[in-house]
Design a protein around this ligand. Structure first.
Ligand code: NAP
Length: 285
């Protein structure tokens, strides 16, 4: 299959570049770049995601700070911990692992993160910077999609891009990032009428729905670039939002699940952190 986008290979290149920047920072300024994660509760999937982030940090030569809080932590205690991490000089980027337990206010927790340590790019300030096309950390998963498109030389200027999904984590920032690169962008969601008639106009189709194998050949035009952000756990294993078997033969390029967008998220998180560390150093000098 020569139309596969190899996310593992692109992510490895991003991580190698991060490792080089981390080493340069240590040599130039004696600074060890540090990322902190705050995990609340015992969700097994979240534990795996956080563990993978720490492993990636270590491989890139970064320090990582692994903070666990009990599932019944109060909003005030969570905010106090976020404040403590934000004030820690050794930490250049931080994330609060989502989802939080239902009694906690996620938006309030995210907005407690100071802008220059927002490694996930999800605070309202970072999202506002993206929406107004000002510099700032970009949300890791959609930024990873942009990196894949760049790595495969996909023409963005003037391309028709259709994003399915309008979440704050993927769909909306994805649309802004594509717009920033001069795509003509359409956002679809659960109330969109006649979805296939819109998605068939896409040169670049990004699926971020969370519905297993929902998009089939009828949704895709010949030679479209299809990016599948979806991660759905079925008995047969992980599948995306795209029905890979029927879409892959039509697509010019397509991401597999797993091995497409997934590996990019951590790579871009690390990149945001080393950029934040360099920015802190520049502002201190
Ligand atoms: P989400 O918050 O549940 O958003 C899903 C979006 O899909 C919503 O905007 C929803 O529309 C829309 N939608 C639902 N059913 C639809 C339908 N039948 N037709 C058209 N649109 C429909 O999910 P998310 O957080 O954005 O995540 C999306 C997927 O990406 C999930 O599978 C998630 O696991 C995956 N993900 C992967 C990564 C990664 O690292 N690769 C990172 C984050 C998320 P409404 O707004 O109208 O409800």
């Amino acid at each position: 299959m020569d139309n596969l986008i190899d996310g593992r290979a692109v992510a490895a290149r991003v991580r190698a570049d991060v490792a080089a920047r981390v080493a340069a920072l240590a040599e130039r300024a004696g600074v060890t770049c540090g990322l902190a994660t705050i995990l609340v509760g015992d969700d097994p999937a979240s534990h795996v995601y956080v563990g993978n982030k720490h492993k990636a940090c270590q491989e890139a030569g970064m320090a990582s700070f692994d903070i666990h809080l009990p599932a019944d932590v109060s909003q005030e205690e969570l905010h106090a911990k976020i404040d403590e991490v934000c004030a820690d000089e050794r930490i250049h980027g931080m994330i609060v692992q989502l989802p939080l337990p239902a009694h906690l206010d996620e938006d309030a927790a995210l907005d407690r993160i100071v802008a220059d340590k927002d490694a996930d790019g999800l605070t309202v300030q970072s999202q506002g910077r993206l929406a107004t096309l000002r510099p700032g950390p970009r949300p890791a998963t959609p930024a990873g999609v942009m990196e894949l498109l760049r790595a495969y030389d996909v023409e963005l200027r003037g391309a028709n891009a259709v994003v399915i999904g309008r979440s704050e984590i993927v769909g909306k920032p994805q649309a802004h990032l594509l717009l920033e690169q001069n795509c003509t962008v359409t956002i679809c969601h659960s109330r969109t009428r006649d979805l296939p008639s819109i998605t068939r106009q896409a040169d670049i189709l990004v699926a971020a729905v969370g519905r297993p194998e929902m998009l089939t050949a009828e949704h895709v035009s010949d030679d479209a670039v299809v990016i599948d952000v979806g991660i759905n756990r079925l008995e047969k294993g992980l599948v995306g939002d795209v029905d890979f078997a029927s879409v892959q033969p039509k697509a010019r390029l397509i991401t597999p699940v797993p091995g497409g967008v997934g590996p990019m998220t951590i790579a871009m998180l690390l990149r945001n952190t080393v950029i934040a560390a360099n920015a802190r150093l520049s502002s201190a000098n």
